[in-house]
Write a protein that binds this ligand. Structure first.
Ligand code: URA
Length: 207
């Protein structure tokens, strides 16, 4: 489909389900040829907390859902401690929706090709808080020059929406010492969530 018509069709999607269906047909970049399926999102479409990762890995490509491998299980545990879950109050997606071969970092071209889908997801979801998981998400959404070690834990506010950069859960699997930082970032998310979404939201773990 030619560029303008593709963008117009995407922007005409009125629901997140429609976006998923449209994304499933996407052939805009070479990633689609090397993966099994397009992995668009998980979670609830009424969520006010949006999570953005990098891109699907092998498990996600096999199951068609984001963050279902080892890193995903760790992410679910962190969310659970914070009183969040994909069944109740989060919406999870990635910068790119197709698995990069060998789980390499998606290229700038691949990210740009996929970005309109992420934008449309964001527009329709209208989150109040966005948790950016790792450097690829932070650099794509906030600042291409950002260093995750420098910016994590610091809020970025854009048009009333709060963005919190933190480490990717896969980084925690490689280095356990980062877990404390991520929990500190999560505590900030919980507090903000209580302020801007639900004053009666309580974490499972003490903050
Ligand atoms: N890593 C990501 O960034 N996203 C996934 O969905 C799985 C692993």
């Amino acid at each position: 489909m030619e560029e303008q018509r593709w963008l117009k069709t995407l922007r005409n999607c009125q629901s997140l389900l429609q976006v998923s269906e449209f994304a499933a047909t996407c052939q805009r970049c070479p990633l689609r040829k090397g993966c099994r399926q397009v992995v668009v999102s998980a979670g609830v479409t009424s969520a006010k907390l949006m999570l953005i990762g990098e891109g699907p890995g092998a498990d996600e490509d096999a199951q068609g859902l984001p963050f279902v491998g080892k890193a995903g299980q760790l992410l679910d545990n962190i969310l659970h401690a914070g009183g969040f879950s994909r069944q109740n109050n989060v919406y999870i997606t990635n910068v790119v929706k197709c698995r990069p071969p060998g789980n390499r970092i998606p290229t700038e071209e691949e990210r740009q090709a996929c970005l309109p889908i992420l934008r449309q997801q964001y527009r329709l979801l209208q989150p109040k808080i966005v948790l950016l998981l790792g450097a690829t998400a932070v650099q794509t959404v906030i600042d291409p020059q950002a260093r995750i070690t420098k910016v994590r834990g610091q809020w970025v506010e854009k048009d009333g929406v709060w963005f919190m950069p933190t480490y990717h859960p896969a980084a925690l699997l490689r280095n356990e010492m980062l877990k404390k930082d991520v929990w500190d970032d999560m505590k900030q998310v919980i507090q903000r969530y209580r302020e801007v979404v639900d004053a009666n939201h309580f974490p499972k773990r003490k903050i």
